[in-house]
Design a binder for this molecule. Structure first.
Ligand code: BES
Ligand code: MN
Ligand code: MN
Length: 458
């Protein structure tokens, strides 16, 4: 193991240089203008897998390509399925980046670029650790299958089809995903739960065109008034979601889980500084950490309607729209939450307003058994590389593929995040700390050794 770690240390700069090439490709999956760059990025990943010693192939889909590589040693040994996504969020707003999003730049020990932490920088650690094993040992201590997709950030549907039609190819004992965060700076985490998500859009239509608000005001329902009233009704002053039945299925934290949360180091002042806000707000009766990771939410992500240009304009707008997401916790079902959300909004819709409700992707929450042998083995690997035992902690974000792995392939996922929530993922100036990239790579190298000792339950 030491030889492999020394090899990685000696080649840190090369790894970083390669990561910069990866980050230079603007693989924005949500925007069809980037289709050629998505293909270029898939080709780059294919080459990186090949260089790591994997047998790799690109699988085209009706959307963005999937890249798959494997190295099978011995069917008796454990097989891990490593997952990552090469697509990134759009870089906007561009003017808030200190250096351009697709011109990777190192400043104060961090590498800045869109995708640096979510997820190119994190997934690349696994390719580099596999390559180190291959070059130093001439082989791996277990079977690896690597699946890197390009539709994670745009709610793509093609990966599930791929999983369903390639069950045999993807057969594995456990999945490994590095697309979450450490608990805090230098405090590693193994994420033992994720929230689920549902997303929807509501569109309201009033009069056929914008009307003079003096001539017609008072005689017709205004779609922007209607939308803000229905959206405003979603959250009570106590921070609770007002949709009837919303909390009915929620699996509450156990007393042990709550005392676990309470014992984690947490500074509200540091938290507020990180997010640049003046006060916390949320559901009464729960701590900030609990609200962020183990309680369900409902958020309006964006709202559009009427005149917002300079100076006044006296109109009754013709239409309005809002985008809404709810984060789900264990036992909540996407279908039921969407049904509740739709009926709630519809019930608040005044006469004369045409109501349209569109549903997007959804997935349930996920929790990992903390006593599993895989998790215990992963803990050892993380502790070796970070010099500290990892905290077992739930994350508030969602990674729908984890549910698909469970439902379609029947396997659990080890969520080993090397980055930090403060890395500005989805925000301007996204970055990864060079130290996190390097120790993540070392943890990954140790992980193969540790997971190889687990006897798979087949
Ligand atoms: N890597 C994130 C999810 C994440 C980040 C989980 C940090 C935990 C900590 C992932 O790329 C992401 O952005 N997921 C989306 C899913 C959605 C598009 C279905 C999310 O959580 O909003
Ligand atoms: Mn991600
Ligand atoms: Mn993301």
């Amino acid at each position: 193991m030491q030889q492999i770690l020394d090899f990685l240390t000696a080649r840190q700069d090369t790894a970083l240089h390669e990561l910069c090439q990866f980050l230079r490709i603007p693989s924005v999956s949500a925007d069809s203008a980037y289709i050629p760059q998505m293909q270029a990025c898939a080709n780059w990943v294919l080459q990186a897998m090949t260089d790591a010693g994997l047998q790799a192939t690109i699988y085209p889909t009706a959307g963005h390509p999937i890249v798959y590589g494997e190295r099978l040693v011995d069917p008796a040994l454990p097989t891990v399925l490593i997952y990552g996504h090469y697509d990134v969020q759009p870089p906007d707003p561009l003017d808030l980046w200190t250096t351009p999003a697709f011109e990777p730049t190192i400043r104060d020990g961090r590498l800045y670029a869109r995708g640096a932490t979510d997820d190119k920088g994190q997934l690349f650690t696994h390719l580099k650790s596999i390559q180190a094993w291959m070059q130093v040992n001439g082989g791996l201590p277990l079977n690896v299958k690597v699946l890197i997709e390009g539709e994670e950030e745009c709610g793509g549907v093609h990966l599930d089809d791929f999983l369903k039609s390639h069950r045999e190819l993807l057969r594995a004992d456990v999945a490994v995903v590095s697309d979450t965060s450490q608990y805090g700076d230098g405090i590693p985490a193994i994420t033992c739960g994720l929230r689920g998500i549902v997303a929807a859009e509501v569109r309201l239509r009033g009069p056929a065109k914008d009307l003079h608000s003096g001539v017609y005001g008072g005689s017709l329902a205004n779609p922007v008034n209607a939308l803000t009233r229905m959206c405003g009704a979603l959250i009570g002053p106590d921070g609770r979601v007002q949709i009837p039945g919303f909390y009915d299925d929620v699996l509450d934290l156990t007393v042990e889980e709550r005392s676990g949360y309470a014992s984690l180091p947490f500074s509200e002042a540091d938290f507020l500084k990180e997010v640049g806000s003046g006060a916390v707000f949320g559901e009464q009766g729960w701590s900030t950490l609990e609200r962020r990771t183990a309680r369900p939410t409902c958020d309006i992500n964006g709202i559009l309607g009427g005149y917002t240009g300079e100076g006044p304009k006296t109109i009754i707008p013709s239409k309005a729209m809002a985008k809404i997401t709810c984060r789900l916790v264990p036992r909540m079902t996407p279908q039921k939450v969407l049904d509740g959300l739709e009926s709630f909004l519809r019930a608040h819709c005044p006469p004369g307003i045409e109501f349209e409700f569109r549903r997007f992707h959804g997935c349930e929450a996920f929790v990992f058994d903390p006593t599993s042998d895989w998790l215990v083995a992963a803990k050892r690997a993380v502790e070796t590389a970070f010099g500290q035992p990892p905290v077992l902690f739930r994350e508030g974000g969602s990674i729908p593929v984890v549910l698909s792995f469970k439902q379609i392939l029947g396997i659990d996922t080890l969520l080993l995040g090397w980055g930090r929530n403060s890395d500005n993922l989805h925000s301007p100036d996204e970055h990864i700390h060079l130290q996190d990239f390097h120790r993540g790579t070392r943890a990954s190298a140790c992980l193969w050794q540790e997971l190889a000792t687990v006897r798979p339950a087949r």
